[in-house]
Structures are given as C-alpha cells and as structure tokens.
Design a protein around this ligand. Structure first.
Ligand code: RB5
Length: 141
C-alpha cells in the first residue's frame, strides 16, 4: 500500500500521481489535503509517516510547493528516510542506495508529467542492500 499526502502547493501533482496509480491498479491511500485551501504541511507529513512506521503502508509520497518542508518534517520521524528531488537519476539512486521510504516532490518545481515519472521510478526501483546496509543502518542509529 502506498500513502500519499500533500498541502495546497502539492495538490495538483499529488492528483496526477493518483490518477497514474489508479490507471495501473496500484493500491493507495490518500491522506489529503484535497482542496486548495492553505494548510500546514507538517501535519500531513506526520500523518503519512505514521502509516509507514506503524506498518500499514510500505512507501509514501509527500507533495508541497517545493517538497522541502515535507522532507524536513518527514525526516524527523524515526524509521523514515525521505528524499526531496526533481530528477530521474536521483529518484533511482535514492532507492538503490538510501532505501528511502518517502519521496517528496514540489508542485511549484516540477510539472505533473515529471511528478508521475519520478513517482514511478521511486516505486519501482529496488534497494541494492550490500555495502549500503551499514550506512543506512547508521542513519537509523
Ligand atoms: C506553502 O506555501 C509552502 O511553503 C509549502 O508548500 C512548501 O513549499 C514548504 O516547503
């Protein structure tokens, strides 16, 4: 199960990603927000991270204006490894090397098409393990 959440700045790209997940039959939970009214992104980041650390969801996608606020909030939660990015190479490498479980995207940085592409890479790239286990373990300490 994939969790998604956003603030008003990330609503449009979150909806584009959801449409793509629906078309592929991928199960997801949408934790809001679902209007363009201004909301506080830390609340949404915390709710999504809870789904992951309590084992109901395997990965999450957080969208705000830049992705930065969401990533700062998410990385404060033990067990969460969140990356904010806007290019395909980073989306692939953060899964392969960092075993990230949360992707943060910026609706004022990338367009819908790029958001869908980055989410797809993030969801479909495996962690390499091996030499990265020690480093990822150090992050968890
Ligand atoms: C909201 O205006 C904006 O600050 C937020 O979406 C995000 O970009 C914060 O990092």
């Amino acid at each position: 199960m994939i969790a998604l959440a956003c603030d008003h700045g990330g609503l449009e790209i979150k909806n584009a990603i959801i449409e793509d997940l629906k078309s592929k039959g991928i199960e997801y939970v949408d934790l809001g927000t679902n209007t363009t009214d201004s909301v506080d992104y830390p609340i949404y980041a915390k709710a999504l991270c809870k789904e992951i650390v309590e084992g109901r969801c395997e990965k999450g996608i957080l969208c705000c204006g830049t992705g930065i606020g969401m990533s700062i909030a998410a990385n404060k939660v033990r067990g969460i490894r969140a990356a904010v990015l806007s290019d395909e190479f980073s989306a692939e490498m953060t899964r392969r090397h960092n075993n990230t479980n949360v992707l943060c995207l910026g609706g004022r940085v990338i367009d819908n098409e790029k958001a869908v592409l980055l989410a797809d890479i993030f969801l479909n790239t495996e962690y390499e393990g091996g030499r990265h286990d020690k480093r990822v373990g150090m992050l968890e300490e």
